[in-house]
Design a protein around this ligand. Structure first.
Ligand code: S3P
Length: 443
């Protein structure tokens, strides 16, 4: 049943929190553990709506898993021994699940159909089917969208390697090509126009595979011989979830919030750079590295004098999932904030340019849509009712907006936060916020 989140203006949010496990790393860790042969142990994997389809798919392929406290124990015969799924693999709302699975199934050479929600069917898939077809994968999309259909590939037909130049920086597409490349007969190189998140490269290298990364946004994987060995990983907290707590602290009077054990991979920290450029009171302490992934502590305090900035180019790629919450910060800044080069936002869980501008305007924001971004003029928010449009990050950004608006905010369809951050409302309450949700009866 749909739900509405009620949020009231807040003061003095305080506390120390650990965000849930990183979503991007969770998808990769689950799939790589499923491709490896033997028992892998993954600690602090994200247990949320968005990772359920990946776990269901692994089950359908003959992989078993069980929770041991906060560790997921995955037992697999190895991707070469996966069985063909007997039904369509439902990827839910998760684009990462669909695109990464397409690459892994391509390596396995199994027939399968990948489908998902209406929202997922709206998202572009040719960007992944086209390079896979060039590698010799018998895959087709449906007018550029899901469902994706893979036919069986005889084991006597290895996949081709080669150089793939992506027109758009996309970690999901890069990862699909690299996963298929595990079964290629020669090295696979991916060249991108910008710095998309590099978790796959770091994980594959940490796993002992040959991964070369010369200067530029380029990576070459040399396919390994034989089965892949099991993984033992402890994942850092998700900086994209922490982002909501960080901005909540910056815009709420007298707030001071400490976030522990959060991932600080430089391809993911664009929001921190953007907020610092706005004058945010923010400290970042790197504390270590696990499996090539840096992690640390972030402290954020109320900053009444945030000022507008311009965001464009590579910085957009390094904060691609953070624009809903960045826009909220921008509406509380002094002076205009301009976002350029961000047309990719239109292909996320919702059209994150059109929906974001429309919903923040409904709460009183002075904002305009641009073809490749938006401008936010600052000056704060009045409050009111906004909709999440089936988008988890829009739901959470609008909720945080309500902490600093002049009056209460209702977020219709706000339950979507469960997709990536199931303890979001509980964490805000722990910091002292007055937020709650209730079911909305359908007519
Ligand atoms: C992701 C990559 C990004 C991001 C998504 C997760 C990943 O998408 O928006 O939330 O885990 O690889 P693109 O690859 O389309 O940029």
């Amino acid at each position: 049943m749909p739900r509405v989140i009620h949020v009231h203006p807040a003061r003095g949010l305080r506390g120390r929190l650990i965000p849930p496990g990183d979503k991007s790393l969770s998808h990769r860790a689950l799939l790589l553990a499923g491709m490896a042969q033997g028992e892998s142990r993954l600690t602090r994997v994200l247990r949320a709506g968005v990772t359920e389809p990946m776990l269901r798919a692994l089950t359908a392929l003959g992989v078993t898993w069980r929770w041991d406290g906060d560790t997921l124990v995955v037992d697999s015969p190895g991707y070469q021994a996966w069985r063909a799924p007997s039904a369509t693999l439902d990827c839910g709302h998760s684009g990462t699940t669909m695109r990464l699975l397409a690459g892994a199934l391509a390596a396995a050479g199994l027939p399968a159909v990948l489908d998902g929600s209406l929202g997922l069917r709206r998202r572009p898939m040719r960007r992944v089917t086209e390079p896979l077809r060039k590698m010799g994968v018998p895959i087709r999309d449906t007018d550029g969208h899901a469902p994706l259909i893979l036919d069986a590939r005889p084991p006597t037909q290895p996949l081709r390697g080669g150089v793939f130049r992506l027109p758009v920086a996309s970690a999901q597409v890069k990862t699909a090509i690299l996963l298929a490349g595990l079964a290629a007969s020669e090295p696979v190189t991916v060249i991108e126009p910008g710095p998309s998140r590099d978790h796959t490269e770091r994980l594959l290298a940490g796993w002992g595979l040959q991964v070369d990364r010369p200067a530029g946004h380029q990576v070459t994987l040399t396919p390994p011989r034989g089965p892949l060995s099991p993984l033992a990983l402890r994942l850092p907290g998700d900086i994209s979830s922490a982002a909501f707590l960080i901005v909540a602290a910056l815009i709420t009077p007298d707030a001071h919030v400490v976030i522990e054990d959060v991932g600080l991979n430089p391809t993911r920290t664009g929001l921190l750079d953007a907020l610092r450029a706005m004058g945010a009171r923010l400290t970042v302490e790197p504390l270590g590295e696990r499996y090539g992934e840096p992690w640390g502590r972030i402290t954020a305090s109320y900053t009444p004098d945030l000022h507008g900035i311009t965001v464009r180019g590579d910085l957009v790629v390094r904060m691609i999932d953070e624009f809903p919450i960045f826009a909220v910060a921008a509406t509380f800044a002094h002076g205009p904030t301009y976002v350029h080069d961000a047309q990719e936002l239109r292909y996320k869980e919702s059209d994150r340019i059109a929906r974001l501008v429309h919903e923040l305007r409904a709460l009183g924001a002075a904002m305009n849509e641009r073809p490749d971004g938006f401008v936010a003029y600052g000056g704060g928010l009045r409050g009111g009712t906004a909709r999440a449009h089936g988008d988890h990050r829009l739901a959470m950004a609008l909720t945080v907006a309500g902490l600093a608006a002049q009056g209460p905010v209702q977020v219709l369809g706000g339950e979507m936060y469960r997709e990536s951050y199931p303890s979001f409302l509980a964490d805000l309450q722990r910091l002292g916020a007055s937020v709650g949700e209730e079911e909305v009866p359908t007519a």
